[in-house]
Design a protein around this ligand. Sequence first.
Ligand code: PHE
Ligand code: ZN
Length: 859
Amino acid sequence: MTAATIRQPKRLADYQPPSFLVSKTDLSFELDPTATRVSATLTFQRNGAGIMILDGQQLKLISLRLNGQMLTDKDYRLTEDSLEIVKPGNSGVLEIVTELNPDQNSALEGLYLAEGVYCTQCEAEGFRRITYYPDRPDVLAVFTTTIIADSSQLPFLLSNGNKVSETLLSDGRTAVKWHDPFPKPAYLFALVAGDFDCLTDAYVTASGRQVSLEFYVQKGALSRSHFAMAALKRAMHWDEQRFGLEYDLDRYMVVAVDFFNMGAMENKGLNVFNSKYVLADDSSATDQDYFNIESIIGHEYFHNWTGNRVTCRDWFQLSLKEGLTVFRDQEFSADMGSATLNRIEAVKLIRTAQFAEDASPMAHPIRPEQVLEMNNFYTVTVYDKGAEVIRMLQTILGKTGFNAGLKCYLDRHDGQAVTCDDFVQAMQDATGQDLTQFRRWYSQSGTPEVKVQEHYDATSARLTLKLHQHTPVTADQTIKQPLLMPMRIELLFSNAGSSMRQLLLLSNEEQEFQFDGIHEQPLIVWLEDFSAPVKLSTHYQPEQLLLIAGRATNGFARWDAMQQYWSLLISKAVTGGLLPQLPAELVSLFKQLLQQPLADIALTAELLALPDFDTLAEQYTEIPVDALLSCLAHLTQQLAEALAIELTACYQRFDSIAYHYNEQGVALRALKGRCLHYLAFTNEGEHWVNQHYRQADNMTDQLTALKAAQYAELATSNSLLEDFAKRYQHNVQVMDKYFSLVATTPNDAVFTHLDRLTQHSLFSWKNPNRVRAVFGAFSQRNAKQFHRADGRGYQLLAQIVTKLDPINPQLAARLLTPLLSWQRYDQQRQHLLAGLLKALAAQASLSNDVFEKVSKSLP
Ligand code: PHE
Ligand code: ZN
């Protein structure tokens, strides 16, 4: 196959139903590190016109039989990525034997062997690396899987569904047979074989079904899997309560592996997790780790209905399952902890990575229209903007309407592979709400910009609000239409405590809303709870923002007002070419917050935070890197100096309580951590940071101290880091945190450090967690060194991408992302970045993953 044919993108508009369906798929694996044999028996039926063409990649075809007859060369056509059966007939049984080399599989797609564990990853198009198959989500089959291996070395042989039998073969090997009664697409197939410790528990569903829960983790890690198990039970219970959805098999298995490209995978009845999102205990996990575990455990569990029972017709519909399931996991997390904090974190992600993606050469709607490499579309747009779109539906339809819509969707499409349109249609049919215009959110890319104007007329007691929406063109799309968006607002009146909340539905490009009987001019809180994923521009005075920060009912809105306050201050300074000065009214507000933290301490901690670099960056067409970094450093220093006394008092006011991961503990650590972050910049910085580190009985506090020391460039930073590395040298997950910390060193030394890290005995280019810990952290969390004006940071990342592409293209393409947005920087940086991208593009044998991104980014 020539390069030109490999690089042919697929288009949503070209979708054709499969010409053949497979009703039964029987698989048998004889495991071997370098020569695993796979026998696949497919029972197929014709479904429409067309030839029978099966997908297959990097496979060695051993034999092929049709209805028992051996096929020869003339009966089939083999290419590098397909197998055509010349005369398949209208139905029949096809037997395919292939051979694989799991040991050589460093891309971690298909069947791979890593650290003694055989593991599969089939989403999106990995099953075609196991056998020839119609590897598309609209072909649903009932799978029966037999795994044959030496059980003294591989005591656990797992696959989807229920275990049917376990037989000792005459040659001493063991054959274990699994059957999954639910028809599923190949991307949900999984096989795992290895030696593990197993944590088991049980769950009884609302209707009384007994489910065995099993966590398979690396030997010795059992004590670190209890939290994940408890989180799973909470998720199962929550989905019953909130949506009336129960689990449907007798077993739910979760395997934790250290080699994994993503967070986790929802294979039917057999989730595979990146061990980072399963293993945790109080001495090694941070509050953030615990949060992530609960949310990802929830996410994969929720997929059992939204993804598995009802799946996608084609990969362009990915957001059908991912946007919806992210929304579901967000709602779950909000119920398990602080809803406000959850909302803040979700919005930060949209305003940084998602807005950046919309403004980049990779811009795409939540339902992409054209894809070269599907792995490139597991994006913040499809996932997180997708979740915002679902959230808007809930806002528009109300919780009751939304629940009814979801029920209609699942009842109507159970067992089917469907489209985003089917989903919206169910929402519409269940509620009677016309969602025609709303559907544009699925086809239109880009970040809408909304401008607001207010006019108050005292004599008629009338308030008029004028809204204007506009979506700027994106790299993929020039024509944009007005969207239907819910705008939550609150009108604050001078009488403290008096306010009015409203939901406006904006549908036209320009629209007016009138309120009568308004007897004074209110202060308006716009876009409460970030009710639509847009950029909003307002005409607030700084004092008004501080008022909102103090008074808005919605916690998110209070935080958002503070963020806008800082953005305004910083943008004035950037425009004027000056450093910002701390306004007195801000200092007094911060004093007040430090002396009397709100009842919601977690929110106080957030109100005291400056916006991060990435959030600010997305507010500029050309990102003023150096100016933003100096403004942030300067403001931090000024806050520390102006508030040293109050920060110290607040820091000391809350006695450290013994570590426990719960809402109150998280909030306390966050507030103390915020204080420490500023205190590090005072004269007493070394003292506070050292003490915080030494007294810490948990990972969160240790990392807070290390980060504070590093950001303030304290002398003690290096020795603390060394101490940390020594203490945790045997825990690779904690060492990943160490790697990331070192990679975010804010000075020149980082380059020598990075080099040293890649020589570390724990580092491996084949392990995505290690590579991300080092180079993901460097490129995404070390703006100062990554964006150096001399291009050294960019060069390094380009080198790493080149090195990784042949090893793991998915990983290489993900790491590449920050280089793509070259047009967002000044001339000098643009020039450097464009040069590197051109050099990358000129390389022979680039993967489709890297090729697609690089070629889109060049004019
Ligand atoms: N479907 C997985 C999830 O979001 C993500 C994933 C995609 C994992 C592709 C592996 C490969 O839950
Ligand atoms: Zn998912």
